[in-house]
Design a protein around this ligand. Structure first.
Ligand code: DON
Length: 304
């Protein structure tokens, strides 16, 4: 299939909608000023063919998309014991909700809500430097150096009262081993990574190739089973309380971030990244979601 004309058509269809609906995330002050009227899309097939359109080369804050790669690191390091600390069920509530944690004794529902990712970073800290390892992993997977946005990381540290509360709450249940400040510093830095759609489509290609490195096919970054499981968790938990809507309308494992990016995986076929900063009420990119729906309608690609 020639994907370039499809992506060009999607950009044409989205362009008149830019800036009309949705709101840029403003609870992180450093993200509040990102111009909303931007849209990019990029994909990479498991054999390395690429297509891209719109603002595909513009770097943005990957935010919660980093949680997918943190999970990959956690699975590689701690294996099954990871699941003694973090659940694997959809939360059905907002990504920064405190409510469930009280009822469930400080064990987060899954690794893709904020509490889950904070608990995951705590596990990683026992083995490695999560900040350095995140940059090394993402830079290797997309074949270009990527960096933290220190302004965004500092902005989150200064205003991340909910995340600070989540970390302290889990600590009160004895679920966090390390010093809270160190855990949150690594978590905020993970969220602050800046990448473009093209870089994220390349990095996420590991998930459409049974865990093989996108640029070195003979190198396994994840096992086939780990990759399948990450994709399963993305489908069920990757977009918070909109996971049902994503499965219904798009039919692919997806992971979103409040920077407006969404990665999507067609297993054994391709990985895709869309970006548009204006979000809907669930914190997912409004036009990004619409573009993914167009892509799966036009190509017939789906996991179902
Ligand atoms: O911790 C936060 O709230 C943000 N750094 C990440 C949240 C996020 O991207 C959730 N996405 N929809």
């Amino acid at each position: 299939m020639d994907f370039q004309p499809i992506l060009d058509d999607i950009v044409e269809a989205i362009r008149p909608e830019l800036g009309k609906e949705g709101r840029v995330a403003n609870y992180i002050p450093a993200l509040a000023n990102v111009p909303a009227a931007q849209f990019g899309i990029a994909l990479r097939t498991y054999v390395g063919r690429e297509a891209a359109a719109g603002d595909f080369a513009t770097p943005f804050s990957i935010q919660s998309i980093s949680k997918v790669f943190a999970l990959g690191m956690g699975m590689r390091l701690t294996g099954e014991s990871l699941w003694e600390h973090i659940g694997r069920e959809p939360s059905g509530s907002a990504f920064n909700s405190l409510v469930q944690l009280e009822n469930e004794q400080g064990v987060p529902r899954n690794p893709f809500i904020n509490a889950g990712a904070i608990a995951l970073v705590d596990r990683l800290l026992g083995h490695l430097d999560p900040k350095a390892e995140m940059l090394a992993l993402l830079s290797s997977l997309c074949n270009e150096p990527v960096f933290f946005d220190e302004v965004v990381a500092a902005s989150e540290a200064a205003t991340g009262f909910r995340n600070i509360a989540l970390a302290n709450f889990m600590k009160s249940f004895g679920r966090i081993e390390n010093d809270i400040d160190g855990v949150l510093d690594a978590y905020f830095h993970h969220c602050s990574v800046r990448m473009s759609c093209q870089q994220l489509a390349r990095a996420a290609a590991v998930l459409c190739a049974d865990g093989a490195h996108p640029f070195h096919a003979d190198q396994k970054v994840l096992t086939e089973r780990q990759t399948r499981r990450i994709n399963a968790l993305m489908l069920t938990c990757g977009t918070y309380d909109a996971a049902g809507e994503f499965a219904y309308r798009i039919g692919l494992p997806c992971k979103s971030g409040v920077g407006g990016g969404i990665i999507a995986v067609v297993p054994d076929t391709l990985s895709l990244c869309v970006w548009s900063p204006a979000l809907d009420h669930t914190g997912n990119s409004l036009l990004g979601m619409r573009a993914l729906e167009m892509f799966t309608s036009m190509t017939g690609l789906s996991v179902f």
